[in-house]
Design a protein around this ligand. Structure first.
Ligand code: NDP
Length: 391
């Protein structure tokens, strides 16, 4: 039994609130806070039973700390934007509560791509007997646990991990992003950092593509991209040589993104417009559909997984571990599309594992550093079953 505070009332926050509410035995009190109180109230109204709501600015550790103390929360699930990770971790340390998030922290005016600031909390969490689990959405998140599972049960040595992500869903809009547009567009257009032949290599965005056969979807072109799990997996999978992240995009998406980039609308450098400072990407975000609104319109499936190459008992081996998720099935369960669903469900399971003791390891960890068994044994029942295919 535990009191949980969810911060961030977007698409993922909504899934987290719905899923926590399905397990009142574990989550005895659920609170949902965001900058905009109405967003929290709207989500709470969809859910049976009591959910407390509050307004909080996650950029301000003292505000978050005061809220945690007022509610008597024992664990924070942070699903606001990546800019709030460090202030919310600080607030958790100060008030003595566990911490879970779904993305790597970032800064508004530059792309950071480094876990150092979040890992720097390790000793403070450890000394206080608190657990922090970082980036436990689907990718990063579940895919990191797939790696720990493959390392523990399927391979003696993993040489290559290719994380493959296909969203074959259709929302009917000309152009929209499935999660926070600012985070999504920034990561797609960032220079690509991949771990190849034992070192990090940088290349231009959207220049390297490869075809993968996605179960239940079929063959699709996927582009090599920068993604946070590459950083931690390269560090924590012993002796791994290659860690790469690949994502599919439709031609329509690529055409729109190309035009927006060419005319400067994806820039994070502020410009002055009629005497006011405007960040083009933030203005674009205000124009695009709210990811939380895509749920009722999206049809089709996602397929996300890890393709492993390595050895077992001296034999070469190739294995795919993956999940398929159906947008409409997700919507009928929690009123959200599959991208929010596949992100929110692992965060809720992680909160359960911390509160129940299975993952209550003091310190700050990426998911692959923890024992994969309790997670892999439960994630299917919570809505994200996994499959193993020898290739
Ligand atoms: P949204 O943009 O839909 O929601 C984020 C919410 O955070 C917003 O609704 C916003 O609401 C709130 N927020 C923003 N700034 C603050 C602040 N300073 N204080 C309090 N609340 C704030 O994003 P998603 O729900 O799609 O994504 C949530 C997180 O999940 C992001 O960090 C994203 O990067 C991550 N993610 C991870 C994935 C994975 O697989 N690992 C995949 C998809 C997303 P308000 O109006 O109240 O400010």
């Amino acid at each position: 039994m535990g009191k949980v505070l969810i911060i961030g009332a977007g698409g993922v926050g909504s899934v987290v609130a719905h899923k926590c509410a399905q397990d009142r035995e574990m989550f005895s009190e659920i609170s949902l806070a965001s900058r905009t109180l109405e967003k929290c109230d709207r989500i709470a109204a969809e859910i049976e039973g009591d959910i407390r709501t509050a307004s909080v600015d996650g950029d301000q550790p003292s505000e978050v700390e005061a809220l945690i103390r007022k509610l008597g929360a024992e664990l924070v699930i942070n699903v606001a934007s990546p800019y709030q990770n460090l202030p919310i971790m600080e607030a958790c340390c100060r008030s003595g509560v566990h911490y879970v998030d779904t993305s790597l922290d970032d800064e508004r005016d530059k792309i950071k791509y480094d876990y150092a600031d979040q890992w720097a909390f390790h000793d403070r969490f450890k000394d206080a007997g608190l657990t922090g689990v970082l980036s436990i959405g689907f990718d990063p998140g579940v895919v990191n646990v797939y790696c720990a599972h493959a390392q523990k049960h399927l391979f003696d040595h993993i040489e290559t991990v290719d994380i493959i992500d296909c969203n074959a869903g259709d929302h009917g809009y000309e152009f929209a992003t499935n999660f926070d547009p600012e985070t999504n567009i920034r990561e797609i257009l960032a220079d690509v950092i991949a771990f190849e032949d034992g070192e990090f290599r940088t290349s231009k965005a959207l220049k390297t593509k490869r075809q993968f056969d996605f179960p239940e979807i079929g063959p699709r072109d996927a582009y090599l991209m920068t993604h946070e799990e590459v950083l931690s997996l390269a560090k924590f999978i012993p002796g791994v040589k290659n860690v790469r992240f690949w994502m599919t995009f439709t031609e329509k998406y690529m055409t729109h993104l190309g035009v927006l980039e060419n005319i400067g609308m994806t820039s994070i450098a502020p410009i002055i417009y009629e005497g006011r400072e405007v960040v083009p990407l933030q203005f674009l975000k205000a124009l695009l559909p709210d990811p939380a609104s895509l749920g009722p319109r999206t049809k089709g499936k996602t397929c996300i997984g890890c393709m492993f190459e390595g050895t077992k008992n001296g034999e070469k081996k190739r294995v795919l571990i993956y999940n398929n998720c159906d947008h409409e099935v997700c919507y009928s369960e929690v009123r959200s599309q599959a991208v929010s669903y596949t992100t929110g469900v692992p965060a809720v399971l992680t909160a359960r594992l911390i509160l129940s003791g299975a993952w209550a390891v003091p310190g700050v960890y990426c998911p692959e550093q923890l024992d994969p068994d309790p997670f892999m044994n439960s994630i299917g029942r919570l809505g994200l079953p996994w499959n193993v295919k020898e290739a």
